[in-house]
Design a protein around this ligand. Sequence first.
Ligand code: ADP
Length: 658
Amino acid sequence: MSIKILIVDDEVLLQTLMQQRFRHKIRTGEYEFRFALSGRQALDSIRENTDIDVVLLDINMPDISGLALLAQLPDLLPLSQVVMVSAYGDLNNIRLAMNRGAFDFVMKPINFQDLETTIDKTARYVSQLRESVHTKAVAELKARFFDNITHEFRTPLSLILAPVDALLQNTQHDNRTRHSLLTIRQNGRQLLHLINQLLDLTKLEAGSLPIIELRGDVILFVTQVVDSFRVIAEQKELALFFSTDTAGHEVLFDGDKWEKILKNLLSNALKFTSPGGWVSVTCQLQPDRVVLTISDSGIGIPAEHLPHIFDRFYQVVTSLTRSYEGSGIGLALANELTRQLGGTVSVESTPAVGTTFIVALPVRPLPETATLENPQLVSADTEPWLFTRESAEDDDADAAKPLILLVEDNSELLAFIAESLTGLYRVLTATNGRDALDIAQRELPDVVVTDVMMPELDGYQLTRHLKNNPTTDHICVVLLTARSAPASRREGLAEGADDYLTKPFDLDELRLRLRNLISRQHKLRAFFERQMGSLLLEEKADETPPVTAREAFLTKLNKIIEANLDDSNFRAETMADEVCMSIRTLTRKLTMLTGISPGRLVRTYRLRRAIDLLRQGHPIAETAYMVGFENPSYFTRAFKEIYQKTPSEYLAVNEHLS
Ligand code: ADP
């Protein structure tokens, strides 16, 4: 490949000189020269030939100086380099040129030997530069393609798994059909797992796998992950030992990533240990970290492979390992996730004796407890790791999204539905009805989407509990079920379910139904907000929409406030006590129903009643006391805040109207 050199110099003779001096290289095609006698000519030449590798640029030229032209070149020839040609004693200009990005310089009168070395060196650099730019572009393209294709695989796979799960719920299949379905499910899940791991790696690389720290009992968490391997250990006839500090210690940690790390290490330990062997996990809680030690009595890893096992797609391939399935992604992912969390992972291994991985993962102490008055912090005391976000950047935007509780005992399907809803909603998940009920009572989601067939408490029972409890009776319930018979649909609706979807269902349909339910809730909330000035429900007569549970609840609250109208010590907290709810629950429920907090409801009610009393002729100061304001001037201010008029202005206008 020839080196294309543009010489920009107003010295006409230089052209002949160069052609003479480098005639061999020109003839063999190594060098290809173009000449420009001025800055302007150089610009024309560059516009015509963008493939120039090296520009030899004179500093002193009549129209555009070499320095001015140099400043324009990065835009015009981003992948070329410039060598300045300068007279002796022009050190200042050379310094300037180098600062503006010139690659090198030569002095006039030109030493052609030196020039040749400089041109070759510059051309080499240009070619490396182009290569690395090209490699980077290809890598980016690959990553994007990879990311897209992985996503493309994941959705149909999940949609294969969902109906297979639904089919497997039918107990009437003969053994062969059942076996085939189980094979489809097992392999489908394996593929999905692999794809999820790949996707995690790409996300990690792109920096788009944020750390989401949640509040939870870290020891309990690790215990549960280890316990989830007990069945596999038993099937493989392996002893699984676990020793840990006692549970009961709540901290902030990214459970999702911890789970991935621990599961990868544990499944390797089980995979590479033969029946009759053992796997042990110890978990030590230190003030700022948890140290997990995962040991096995398995085949071990030869010393020469140890430095590479955290590399992507690396597998120790020996006659021993060949029989194990795998892809070489697990450890790379575990290692990169650990690094992202600020932890460390190390390994020791002796072939035929066993392997020990030691992972140290940082944990953070809980922040000061959130104040009860702030409804946006309602999820701050959720217990399990799955649910709350502590460090998401978009917390505010997130808090405004409706809260959905998904209940589904198939954790894969659960993850899939949850994932498909997360952009639009905040999603909580539970795998059985009992947990779901706890979470619903604590978090008061906008909608509960629940499977019907579940262990512990089925979907119908869950609906009944939710709809018969004054704390949760306003929450919309959508039932998901494989049973499409009208009788079972009626059964669900009889329990008070708001909507019904038959599995396998279309995700778009679920999204649509959720959108409708939530927009209905929003409309109601807006309606109540508009009614804020007249929250005395009995006065609303005909315009009241058919929302019995809500109305009953608001009427109840109004009655309580009415009974305490003149008690200036009566607060939202007292009202919460009277309806047997915590202030936090009452705040959440009332905000969802009406868009206002309990404190505001009390105040609005008092001021609404003040109007009645003023109209009945009670003097302003007396009215203030009658509606629980100790200080009449504070009453006047509060009144004006809501009605934009002082009580006397209000009365004057009213008298004028009547
Ligand atoms: P995979 O298990 O899918 O092959 P990993 O990245 O999890 O991929 O592991 C990479 C390789 O490291 C494995 O293929 C295996 O050769 C080796 N390895 C990992 N963990 C162990 C272990 N506990 N005992 C023996 N070899 C292991």
